[in-house]
Ligand binder design. Structure first.
Ligand SMILES: NC(=O)c1ccc[n+]([C@@H]2O[C@H](COP(=O)([O-])OP(=O)(O)OC[C@H]3O[C@@H](n4cnc5c(N)ncnc54)[C@H](OP(=O)(O)O)[C@@H]3O)[C@@H](O)[C@H]2O)c1
Length: 237
């Protein structure tokens, strides 16, 4: 029996691809994988192009998907940490360009994805809109300093998710909006920062994706607006 569709945005990334692979293998939903660059085919997944910085393209992708079954799951698995900009070690390294780049990709991108894809959610069935966030976006958990642009962009994302959850609850009582921390995962995003991470704390994308799908499965409307780690633990704001 199919449970509608699943939409994974960012399937060219480590965690996004693993999420799409596992949903495709499960075979109980129509799975749409989206990314700004082409990817090797994924079994059971229909691929389309989507750049978070191209809002017209995002609207077109949503309109195409709207012709099929309604989504029971939408995940933005996109994000940027370094890519040409080294995360700041001190406030002395702050630049407007770096701050704006991280904010654009990590906060504005998922916000616009919500704008264009939330209208596809069914009003009368359980559905989840999740965005990959990060533990370092927690304001109360910040003990180390540094990584200003990334931290601030993820904190902004978490606030956007909370705000979406409040509004969505009025029209979609069974919907859940959540941020997810995937753990430290062996992907291009974490590659320059893996030195010092104990091997057992460095997850494979497959392990992280399976853990996140279990967390997603267990979320209820009472959890909506929260941020949850790979093991289901709530991350404080
Ligand atoms: N890996 C970790 O240890 C870790 C820890 C905490 C949180 N996270 C979060 O988990 C998420 C997934 O990260 P990952 O580790 O899988 O990283 P990744 O392998 O580097 O994947 C990042 C993804 O974001 C996409 N992306 C970046 N800019 C985009 C844009 N403008 N439009 C569309 N897609 C765009 C990339 O697309 P391209 O391939 O086209 O660049 C890629 O698909 C991120 O939100 C990250 O912050 C990761």
């Amino acid at each position: 029996m199919t449970q509608g569709s699943a939409i994974i945005i960012g399937v060219s990334g480590g965690v996004g691809r693993a999420l799409a692979q596992q949903l495709g293998q499960a075979g109980d939903r129509v799975v749409h994988g989206l990314s700004r660059t082409p990817v090797a085919p994924i079994d059971g997944v229909t691929h389309g192009l989507l750049d978070l910085e191209d809002e017209a393209g995002m609207a077109a992708a949503a309109a195409r998907i709207a012709e099929g079954p309604a989504p029971s799951l939408i995940v933005t698995a996109t994000g940027v940490l370094h890519s040409g900009q080294t995360p700041e070690r001190s406030w002395r390294e702050l630049t407007a360009e770096h701050l704006m780049r991280d904010y654009r990709i990590n906060a504005v991108g998922p916000a616009l994805a919500a704008r264009h894809f939330l209208p596809l959610l069914p009003r009368d069935q359980r559905a989840v809109f999740a965005a990959l966030s990060a533990r370092v976006g927690s304001i109360s958990d910040n003990r180390l300093g540094g990584w200003h642009s990334y931290r601030a962009s993820k904190a902004a994302l978490n606030m956007i998710l909370k705000t979406l959850s409040v509004e969505l609850a009025r029209t979609h009582p069974q919907a859940v909006v959540a941020g997810l921390h995937p753990g430290t995962v062996d992907t291009a995003l974490s590659a320059p920062f893996q030195r010092g991470v104990k091997p057992e704390k460095l997850f494979s994308p497959a392990f992280s994706a399976a853990s996140l799908l279990t967390v997603i499965e267990g979320l209820t409307p009472a959890d909506s607006g929260g941020v949850f780690a790979w093991d289901g633990a709530r991350i404080p704001a």
